[in-house]
Design a protein around this ligand. Structure first.
Ligand code: PEP
Ligand code: MN
Length: 370
C-alpha cells in the first residue's frame, strides 16, 4: 500500500508523525517514508510493507495530510505505475533533468583508450552544447583475452577532462560494487569536476548483488540496461531491486534483445517497448541504438541503420539516448565497427532533432484528441 501525502506535507511534518503513531497498532506493518521527485513537485509517500489487507483504506484516506491511498500490486511495487494510479518519477542530477518527458543524449567512447581521444569527444560535445557523455572504463568482454578497459587508472584524467569541457555527467558501467567506491574516490580526489551515472550492463541484468549495491548508494543515478535474454517483466523486476534499496534515480535502458535469428543486426531492436516501459513504470526510458544494431550498415535512403533505430525510439518518446562514437573507429579497442565518427555526430544530432519535433507534434495531437 502507498499513501501519497498532500503537496506541502513533508517527512518531518506533524501529519506524518500522526500516521506513524497510528501504524504502531499494526506491528507487522513496516512503514517507509520516501520523497519522490514528480514532474512538477516533490511528493512524500509512505510505503507500507507487510499484511496491509486489513488496513481500513477509508480511515487512512480521511487522515490529515493524506492525498490518496493506493493498494499496489506486488509487481514493480516502487517503480510501477499501478494501472496509471501513480505519476511518473523524475529526478535531477548535477543540473540535468531526467523524466518521462525530456530527452538527454549521452555520446562517447565504448571504451576509454587515450586522453587524446577522450578530449576530442568532450570538445565535440561542448561545441554541440551537450553536457552528457558515456565513457567505458570497466569493460565486460565476452572473450577474456580482449581489452578489459583501463579501470580505475583512467578515472582521474577522464574526470579532469570532463570538467574542462563542461561535461556534467559521464555514464560509466560498473561490474562490481568496488567500482562504485573507485569512482567515488576518483571524483573526490579530482574535486568533483563532473558527475557520474552508474551503468549496470545487460550481462549483469540479474546480478542482484550488484543491483543492490547501486541501489544502496544514493549519490549516483543508475542506468539499468535490460537483460539481453530476459523478458521485459524479468528485467523490470530486477530493476525494482535498485529502487528497493532506496535509490529511485533510475533510467531503464532498452538495448536490443538476443534472438537466434542472426543477421542483420547484433540484437533485435526493442524500441517499440519505450511506451510500454513508460506505461508500466514511472521511470524515464533510454534507448541504446549502438548495441542494438551493432554495425554501420546504411540503408539505400542514405541513413545508417543506427539512425533509423534511434528515430524509432525517439518517435516513440524515448527520454535518453546512449550512443557510441570514436574519433578513429579503426583503432578503437572495443566496438569500433559500430562507432559514429565525429562528423557523423553532427548528422546524428540533426536527425534526432527532426524526429523529436515529430514526437512532440504527435503528443500534442494526442492530447488534443483525448
Ligand atoms: C555498454 O554500453 O558499454 C555495453 C557494454 O552495453 P550492454 O551492456 O548493453 O552490452
Ligand atoms: Mn560498446
Amino acid at each position: 500500500m502507498i499513501i501519497i501525502l498532500k503537496p506541502d506535507i513533508g517527512p518531518e511534518s506533524a501529519e506524518v508523525s500522526r500516521l506513524m503513531n497510528y501504524f504502531r497498532q499494526f506491528p507487522d506493518i513496516k512503514p517507509r517514508i520516501s520523497d519522490v521527485q514528480g514532474t512538477i513537485r516533490v511528493v512524500t509517500e509512505v510505503y507500507l510493507i507487510g499484511p496491509t489487507h486489513d488496513l481500513p483504506l477509508e480511515t487512512l484516506e480521511r487522515m490529515p495530510g493524506v492525498e490518496k491511498v493506493i493498494r499496489v500490486s506486488s509487481k514493480y511495487r516502487l517503480i510501477g505505475r499501478h494501472g496509471g494510479q501513480l505519476d511518473q518519477i523524475g529526478f535531477e542530477y548535477n543540473g540535468v533533468s531526467f523524466n518521462q518527458d525530456c530527452l538527454d543524449i549521452f555520446i562517447g567512447l565504448c571504451a576509454v583508450d587515450t586522453p587524446e581521444h577522450v578530449e576530442i569527444v568532450f570538445k565535440k560535445l561542448q561545441e554541440l552544447n551537450i553536457t552528457t557523455a558515456r565513457m567505458g572504463a570497466y569493460k565486460p568482454r565476452t572473450n577474456p583475452y580482449d581489452f578489459q578497459g583501463h579501470g580505475k587508472s583512467c578515472l582521474p584524467w577522464v574526470f579532469e577532462l570532463a570538467g574542462k569541457y563542461g561535461i556534467k555527467i559521464v555514464a560509466i558501467e560498473v561490474l562490481r560494487a568496488v567500482h562504485i567506491e573507485e569512482i567515488n574516490d576518483a571524483l573526490e580526489q579530482a574535486g568533483h569536476p563532473t558527475g557520474v551515472m552508474l551503468q549496470t550492463g545487460t550481462r549483469n541484468a540479474q546480478n542482484f548483488e550488484l543491483l543492490k549495491a547501486v541501489g544502496t548508494q544514493h549519490e549516483f543515478p543508475v542506468l539499468y540496461k535490460r537483460g539481453l535474454g530476459l523478458s521485459l517483466e524479468e528485467s523490470l523486476n530486477a530493476c525494482e531491486y535498485i529502487a528497493s534499496e532506496g535509490n529511485r534515480k533510475i533510467v531503464v535502458c532498452l538495448r536490443g534483445i538476443k534472438t537466434r535469428m542472426g543477421e542483420p543486426h547484433r540484437n533485435l531492436v526493442d524500441f517499440t517497448h519505450v511506451p510500454v516501459v513508460k506505461r508500466l513504470t514511472r521511470l524515464p526510458v533510454c534507448i541504446d541504438p549502438t548495441h542494438s544494431v551493432g554495425s554501420k550498415d546504411r540503408a539505400p535512403d542514405g541513413l545508417l541503420d543506427i539512425f533509423h533505430a534511434t528515430a524509432q525510439g525517439v518517435i516513440a518518446g524515448a527520454n535518453m539516448i546512449l550512443v557510441e562514437c570514436h574519433p578513429r573507429p579503426e583503432v578503437a579497442l572495443c566496438d569500433g565497427p559500430q562507432a559514429l565518427t565525429m562528423q557523423e555526430i553532427d548528422h546524428f544530432i540533426a536527425d534526432v532533432e527532426i524526429v523529436r519535433r515529430a514526437y512532440e507534434e504527435r503528443r500534442a495531437l494526442a492530447e488534443h484528441d483525448c
